[in-house]
Design a binder for this molecule. Structure first.
Ligand SMILES: [Zn+2]
Ligand SMILES: [Zn+2]
Length: 131
């Protein structure tokens, strides 16, 4: 594993962040919650330990939404442009990054989360990722 550094930012550029590897987990999820939160066929999230992550700018310009307990599902986004931004995840206490907002390539392969839950108007990623 390398200690590659990646940078990310929201659409307006107000919120930006940096993280360094080794990256713990790269999850792609097609579940209905991830589809709603992204507005897309699937979510791509990269996870790192909190000490491998820092805000470069705009961390005061973030709004966070948390679903009612016991759900641990939530969202965080830039108050100015609405782009998803990283948030602290209950998943092992790691920081979760929307990988689509990240410049550069992580040196880790994606893992499909919830393969059984996917849309009918887009291909099941399981077939692509397991080729
Ligand atoms: Zn923004
Ligand atoms: Zn999901």
């Amino acid at each position: 594993m390398s200690n590659k550094t990646l940078n990310g930012e929201c659409l307006c550029g107000e919120v930006s962040w940096q993280m360094s590897g080794p990256f713990e987990f790269f999850g792609m999820c097609q579940c209905s919650r991830c589809r709603k939160v992204t507005g897309a066929a699937f979510a791509t999230n990269l996870f790192v330990k909190p000490e491998q992550f820092y805000w470069q700018s705009g961390d005061k310009n973030i709004k966070e939404y948390q679903m009612e307990p016991p759900s641990k599902f939530g969202n965080a986004f830039c108050k100015s442009c609405g782009s998803r931004v990283p948030r602290f995840s209950s998943f092992r206490g790691w920081m979760m990054m929307p990988l689509g907002s990240t410049m550069g390539l992580p040196d880790i392969k994606p893992t499909l989360v919830c393969p059984e839950d996917h849309t009918e108007w887009f291909t099941n990623l399981e077939e692509i990722l397991n080729k």
